[in-house]
Design a protein around this ligand. Structure first.
Ligand SMILES: [Zn+2]
Length: 151
């Protein structure tokens, strides 16, 4: 009885965790999705983590923007981040810019350098992407290179 309940509970956790993840067949689909999701989020910078799953597919998980000033900044809860990298190999961190262009802020560059993941930025203003790559790279550089060629 107890075991059965625990099993159900575990299933609930798993389904809840995977429900919001979006899986893409190719990276062009991912770019289109980033664009349309950003354009649908005009009250707060959209932020998400992008990873690679066990069958080598690109996965997107939207994060809650926990910044106190979400129109100008984004902040991801460390727990949400850890939960994601526990499940997938991280590829990049994405966020949108509502004000200004697609260029990374000084803070964006520093954060990317510190976490060793690239920052993909989409500006709803200029309708353009920018990909900032850190000096030390802990991700699949080939996929990021292909993304750069598409933007
Ligand atoms: Zn930014």
């Amino acid at each position: 009885m107890e075991l059965c309940l625990l099993g159900d509970f575990q299933e609930l956790i798993n389904s809840d965790m995977n429900n919001n993840d979006v899986v893409f067949n190719n990276i062009r689909e991912l770019l289109n999705y980033l664009k349309s999701e950003s354009e649908g989020s005009l009250m707060a910078e959209l932020c998400s983590l992008i990873g690679i799953d066990s069958s080598n597919k690109v996965v997107y998980r939207q994060m809650q923007n926990r910044s106190k000033d979400p129109i100008s900044y984004f902040m991801i809860d460390p727990y949400d981040y850890l939960s994601f990298i526990n499940q997938y190999k991280c590829l990049a961190i994405f966020h949108s810019h509502l004000l200004g262009c697609e260029n990374p802020s000084e803070f964006d560059e520093k954060t990317s350098e510190n976490c060793c993941y690239p920052f993909i930025i989409y500006s709803v203003n200029s309708e353009k992407f920018f990909i900032y790559e850190p000096e030390y790279k802990d991700y699949d550089v080939n996929i990021i290179q292909r993304l750069k060629e598409l933007i």
